[in-house]
Design a protein around this ligand. Structure first.
Ligand code: ADP
Ligand code: MG
Length: 615
């Protein structure tokens, strides 16, 4: 008797399932790909509990006869390959004939299908790979598949499933990825009875991209194409103002299939260059149409990397195409549309430089010219209401990238307690705004410099932290409620974060499929654009992890950063005074939530020391 035996099919399929079917989203991917291969013009996907309870896919494709259906659930049964040569000219998604038997081995599967021209349909019920029933049924043309209790017989796998909202995100991403390359089919995605996607069929792939990224946003997308000798590139990409914190909204399609390419992504990011803030990404689609023989698509079902035979040429073409479109968009739209100084890396450097220079000239002036400190300061820092402050530094800098380090050559920073600080801003203290970023408080014998953004961040951060301890933030009703269309993946996120948003002072109601309505925003942030603020917070919240306390802190920091006045925001004298007062009332006024200083203070004694007048 041999110890070596052939594995039974059920076991083989279960092992294969381990490779092909990682999670609910992989089931959705396999089933929807099958529907596309079956030329369905309408594909509906419904999931419950992130797909772990139910995944249903319904299509109106070519369907299967009873005989075909019985074959389809067997291993290595496929209609998509007939000869070995076919393997080198694959047009369809599937060809290995593994998906259905794999899914059948780890779930309860029902398949109902009616082939074109057939009088009736046929239904199979399979559980853990074993056929439980087979019968003729009445049904529409096409195929209906339901997958229940995925991994019911592999508890270890089941345990590893992420929260339902994380799974829904992945599923939405899968459906969107397939939808973007297959505009000829209509797609519907429902989760827990809620419509997350409803895309009508269209002959035009750019139209499909527009459906995905919001038809109303069309004017904020660049659309352009370029023909190379061996390939064609077409882009539908957002202006920098629609950038996201998340790179998954950039899709690269090779011959209309979504495939991630490091080379294309890198080219894209470098072409956006200084148009984007660090850590943000454009959204949109890059279409590459290329002779398949020039692409090495790794055919492993779980991978989707590609390599191109001439990556350099491709890289350059994409770079120039995007770059030119951006620059053209820039001039036709007027500079105002594209933030002029949106690369904080660069801008901070420039900014630092200028601040340093003005500090230097301030100190030079004081020592060299015989003017009083006050006169010199006044010559450099504009009064808050004077034109000079206005646009000297354009728009905002993202706080993360702001530098608030003590300036080189500047002064020791010593804060002699809160009382000392308070006295620095009594009514006799004169306030100036410098460079649209620093508040300079000039008292009789000391000088205090406050970073307006960092200071406001600190104030808002403490406010938000309090709201998490059940003191909700005061709201301000919007005169006109704002309707916001959410991306499918964000709907779950919104529902998850709803309570947090509410305690932060947002009042948001659901309003039709994928639409919410902003009715009130935190009163403290009354001057911000409500929709932008709301989206930024949701975006930030989407990748916050850690224990509950950490998550609260991160959310509060995001609230503070998004809500705070920015560099470049002009402040009136009362506004500056109010900000300083709230800062000094804070529990920890000296650092912003990111740990950078908010206040530098220089006393007369320190200055004397520096200038060699003491000691
Ligand atoms: P593959 O897609 O690699 O061929 P699958 O296990 O996914 O393998 O499917 C096996 C076969 O079942 C397919 O080749 C196809 O003939 C048939 N099939 C699967 N899903 C459908 C569908 N929705 N409509 C029509 N035929 C289908
Ligand atoms: Mg398949």
């Amino acid at each position: 008797m041999s110890r070596i035996k052939l594995l039974p099919d059920v076991l083989i399929n279960k092992i294969a399932a381990g490779e092909v079917i990682e999670r609910p989203a992989s089931v959705v991917k396999e089933l929807v790909e099958n529907s596309i291969d079956a030329q369905a013009s309408r594909i509906e996907v419904r999931v419950e509990e992130g797909g772990s309870r139910t995944i249903e896919v319904n299509d109106n494709g070519v369907g299967m006869t009873a005989e075909e259906l019985r074959l389809a659930v067997q291993r290595h049964a496929t209609s998509k390959l007939a000869t070995p040569e076919d393997l080198f000219a694959i047009r369809s998604f599937g060809f290995r004939g593994e998906a259905l038997p794999s899914i059948a081995s780890v779930a309860q599967l029902t398949i109902k299908s009616r082939a074109a021209g057939a009088d009736s349909g046929y239904q199979l019920e399979i559980e853990g790979g074993v056929i439980k029933s087979a019968a003729e049924v009445g049904c529409d043309f096409g195929t209906y598949i339901s997958v229940k209790n995925l991994f019911f017989n592999t508890p270890a796998r089941r345990k590893f499933l992420k929260t339902s909202s994380a799974e829904v995100r992945r599923i939405a991403e899968v459906v969107e990825s397939l939808a973007v390359g297959n505009p000829q089919s209509a797609f519907v995605l429902e989760s827990g009875g809620q419509v997350l996607l409803d895309l009508s069929a269209t002959a035009d792939r750019i139209e499909r991209a527009a459906q995905l990224f919001g038809v109303s946003n069309k004017s904020k997308f660049l659309h352009s194409s370029r023909e190379g000798e061996l390939f064609r590139l077409e882009i539908y990409l957002s202006l920098p103002e629609l950038c996201r914190r998340n790179r998954s909204r950039v899709m690269t399609l090779v011959n209309n299939r979504r495939i991630d390419s490091k080379a294309l992504f890198a080219a894209l990011m470098s072409s956006y260059g200084e148009f984007l803030n660090n850590g943000t990404y454009p959204q949109g689609v890059v279409y590459l149409d290329i002779d398949p023989s020039l692409v090495d698509v790794n055919v492993h079902p779980a991978k989707s990397e590609v390599r191109f035979s001439d990556e350099r040429t491709l890289f350059h073409s994409l770079y120039h195409l995007v770059r030119e479109s951006l620059l053209e968009g820039d001039s036709t739209r007027g500079l105002g549309q594209i933030p002029r100084r949106s690369n904080p890396g660069m801008m901070t450097e420039e900014f630092r430089q200028r601040t340093r220079e003005s500090m230097r000239s301030f100190f030079e002036a004081t020592t060299g010219s015989g003017r009083t400190a006050e006169e010199s300061l006044a010559a450099i820092v504009a009064r808050p209401d004077s034109e000079a402050t206005a646009d000297s530094f354009g728009s905002s800098i993202d706080s993360e990238d702001q530098s608030a380090e003590p300036q080189e050559g500047a002064v020791v920073h010593d804060l002699n307690g809160r009382a000392g600080l308070k006295s620095t801003i009594d009514a006799s203290v004169r306030l100036y705004q410098m460079a649209g970023l620093y508040i300079v408080a000039l008292a009789r014998d000391s000088l205090m410099i406050v970073d307006q953004h960092a200071a406001h961040e600190r104030v808002l951060f403490e406010l938000a932290m309090k709201s998490f301890h059940k003191e909700s933030i005061t709201s301000q009703q919007l005169l006109f409620p704002v309707a916001v269309t959410l991306e499918p993946a964000d709907l779950e996120l919104f529902q998850r974060e709803r309570d947090t948003l509410q305690s932060l002072g947002f009042s948001v109601s659901e309003f039709g499929p994928r639409q919410v309505q902003l009715e009130a925003i935190p009163a403290a942030l009354g001057s911000k654009n409500p929709e932008k603020l709301f989206r930024e917070l949701l975006d930030d919240f989407s990748d916050i992890s850690g224990d509950e306390k950490k998550r609260f802190e991160k959310k509060a920091a995001s609230f503070a950063c998004r809500g705070a006045i920015m560099a470049g925001d002009r402040l009136s004298e009362p506004a500056m005074r109010a900000l300083l007062e709230s800062l000094l009332a804070a529990e920890n006024p000296y650092v912003c939530p990111h740990g950078r200083p908010t206040i530098l203070k220089f006393t007369r004694d320190e200055l004397d020391l520096k200038f060699g007048r003491l000691g």
